[in-house]
Design a protein around this ligand. Structure first.
Ligand code: RAT
Ligand code: ZN
Length: 434
């Protein structure tokens, strides 16, 4: 079946690419550059084939994505308890019926499933689910993965790797992974935010740590990070933080951040990623779909960037209300890199607003998007949507520049898109691609 795909890189060089564009040529040229530029997907929950079943793909995973589960309970009378009692296929069937058959899939996440099916030339109508299942059932992961990344125009996938997750740990302790397009990230939620529940795991593995992270604990936790740095070769370290996050304060999070994690980042030359603003489990009955959002106090970011001027911070904030402050702080601290429009923000209307604001305040010195994909094929629709939303925003910026008297060329557009899609991230992490 024919798959649509990102255009192969357009090699216009020399005079045609340096040609001065007329106002009406700008939008099509921007669209073309975006369509032919590959992106580094700098935060996902995808895994390389070495991780086996941990890596999710296929129609039943797409339909049971937690973004869709949250929407399902608004359009079905089924209780969460009844839903969790079903098998994966039955859950997917229930979601298909409620969100795709009985209603039009016009929300961002449901529309994404349609875009994926259509990218593979599969039926998108109510009766097509059987055929769709047959198609995915017939794929084997390695060629399918190659094809998906090619369609999505993604050259590199950055994973989220939790060293305290037993299933993942087993893979890293055996042989790790060496897929050239996948890169590791040392995710530290269980250490930075779940120390009381997880310090014993470190102790069992031979690190001299205690419940209050006192004495040798912070140095020993650094030794733990050094061992995992060696094992994973991560591009950065990362944590997601609640809206109530403060820095500095008396918490174990502050202590471990300043005495363990940030010194390790400095030692290994890695940025630290902070994803701030999640309110975990406001409705635990929904499990992974039960998290919400809260406005954070951005002075924590200010304090971190100022106090640790030798560290670099990648920061994404979940609340719409925090976006402007984040962009302003990035103007004050060049060790701060805003990234992505995360989770509840990843809707065209909000992405537009945030991205325009960032361009106006920061030029091209930010990372506009990451996919946050949990299921492989999601990269297709998430990056298709990003390119579609970015095109008029970038074109408008060049139109204004053109009207103000500047010369706009394809060469310049390409340079800017390269910086946004990969250059800023490559520079910050030292990732060498291509
Ligand atoms: O967007 C999501 O899928 C969330 O569930 C979170 O995983 C978030 O992206 C995170 O990395 O914590
Ligand atoms: Zn995520």
């Amino acid at each position: 079946m024919a798959a649509i795909s990102v255009k192969s890189p357009n090699r216009k060089t020399g005079s045609s690419s340096a040609r001065r564009l007329k106002a009406e040529q700008i939008l099509p040229e921007v669209q073309d550059v975006l369509a032919s530029s590959e992106v580094v997907d700098m935060h996902t929950h995808l895994f390389s084939p070495a991780f086996g079943k941990i890596g999710l793909w296929g129609i039943d995973e797409l339909l049971t994505y937690h973004y869709l589960e949250a929407e399902f309970f608004r359009s079905s009378d089924m209780t969460p308890e009844e839903y969790w009692n079903l098998s994966k296929t039955q859950r997917a069937d229930a979601i298909w019926k409620a969100l795709f058959v009985e209603n039009s899939p016009i929300s961002e996440s449901t529309r994404g499933v349609i875009a994926v099916l259509s990218a593979f030339g599969l039926p998108t109508d109510a009766s097509g689910l059987k055929e769709v299942r047959r198609f995915f059932g017939a794929q084997s992961i390695r060629p399918h993965l190659r094809r998906v990344l090619q369609i999505a125009g993604v050259s590199d996938v950055v994973m989220t790797n939790d060293p305290l997750d037993p299933d993942e740990r087993a893979v890293w302790m055996r042989e790790g992974q060496d897929h050239s397009q996948f890169h590791a990230v040392l995710r530290l939620d269980r250490i930075l935010f779940g120390w009381p529940q997880h310090w014993q795991q470190l102790a069992t593995e031979g690190y001299s740590v205690n419940e209050s992270a006192s004495g040798k604990s912070t140095a020993e936790a650094r030794r733990f990070l050094a061992d995992w740095h060696k094992r994973m070769r991560p591009l950065y370290m990362a944590v997601s933080l609640p809206d109530s996050f403060q820095f500095p304060d008396e918490s174990l999070t502050s202590k471990l951040l300043s005495e363990t994690v940030l010194p390790s980042c400095r030692e290994f030359g890695l940025p630290m990623s902070l994803m701030i603003g999640v309110r975990r489990q406001v409705n635990p009955r929904l499990r992974l779909a039960g998290d919400a959002v809260g406005k954070a106090d951005m002075r924590a970011v200010e304090n971190l960037c100022r106090t640790f001027s030798d560290n670099r911070f990648l920061v994404s904030v979940l609340s719409r209300e925090n976006q402007h402050e984040l962009a302003v702080y990035a103007r004050k601290f060049n060790n701060l890199m805003p990234f992505g429009c995360w989770w509840f923000l990843n809707n065209p209307s909000i992405v537009q607003e945030i991205t325009r604001e960032r361009i106006e305040l920061l030029g091209t010195s930010f990372i506009p998007q990451h996919s946050d994909a949990r299921v492989l094929e999601q990269v297709i629709y998430k990056w298709q949507n990003t390119r579609r939303t970015l095109a008029p925003i970038l074109a408008d910026a060049y139109q204004l520049l053109h009207a103000d008297g500047a010369e706009i060329t394809r060469q310049k557009i390409q340079r800017d898109v390269n910086r946004l899609f990969r250059g800023n991230f490559e520079k910050w992490t030292g990732l060498r691609t291509g």
